[in-house]
Design a binder for this molecule. Structure first.
Ligand code: PRP
Ligand code: URA
Length: 209
């Protein structure tokens, strides 16, 4: 199965990404851009969601409309994915937000799971994994594993910047999970950071760097 990787070429996305990457961009502006980019990328990532017909009474007549058919779950990977939630939630206010805590061990770069309060049965049909950075891909693969074990059939990954290594790992483990990004960068450095990237997405949002 060939995996779908979609890089947004939208001028607004590329413009905002250029400010996000800038080392001089302050946390407040950085958070705003993460929120806005998440919304723009999700707008594109949700273009194939199923809809169902619904008749709506306007002040004048009945209009034949369509509404979202499936329940959507937003799954931010803590911490950095948190900053993407608000922008996406504003577009889909009836979606549910399920947090997954995964961090990378600094030495091994392997994902360590530390938070998961998913109920026994899945309550959503579609999940959007939200995380700005797809570096080695360990965190994204671990989260997709968790969601599939939970029973979710349709999963998409929405991020901002990906590395070839992370995309390859997702393709190996979850080729059925489409990846939506604003950019694919060149490589990972010896510490597992995406180059040129934007640095540490969690630290830059929360001012902890
Ligand atoms: C960052 C980022 C991803 C992960 C990506 O999180 O937000 O979750 O690294 O790296 P990977 O593809 O190699 O797994 P980090 O572990 O720094 O935790 P944080 O969000 O709490 O800062
Ligand atoms: N996590 C980040 O926040 N940045 C990177 O470049 C890689 C992982």
């Amino acid at each position: 199965m060939e995996m779908t990787v979609i890089i947004s070429n939208h001028p607004l996305v590329q413009h905002k990404l250029s400010i996000l990457r800038n080392v001089n961009t302050e946390p407040k502006k950085f958070r705003q851009l993460v929120r806005e980019l998440a919304a723009l990328l999700t707008y594109e990532a949700t273009s194939d969601l199923a809809t169902t017909p619904v008749d709506v009474q306007t002040p004048l007549a009945v209009a034949h409309c369509r509404e979202l058919k499936e329940k959507i779950g937003l799954v931010p990977i803590l911490r950095a994915g948190l900053g993407m939630v608000e922008g996406v939630w504003e577009l889909m206010p009836s979606s549910e937000v399920w947090h997954i805590g995964v961090y990378r061990d600094e030495k091994t770069l392997k994902p360590v799971q530390y938070y998961n309060k998913l109920p026994v049965e899945p309550r959503v049909q579609v999940c959007l994994i939200l995380d700005p950075m797809l570096a080695t891909g360990g965190s994204a693969v671990a989260t997709a594993d968790i969601l599939k074990t939970w029973g979710v059939k349709k999963i998409k990954f929405v991020g901002l910047i990906g590395a070839p290594e992370g995309i390859a790992l997702m393709e190996k483990h979850h080729p059925d999970v489409p990846i939506h990004l604003a950019a694919i960068d060149d490589h990972l450095n010896e510490k597992g950071y995406i180059v040129p990237g934007l640095g540490d997405a969690g630290d830059r949002q929360f001012g902890t760097g």
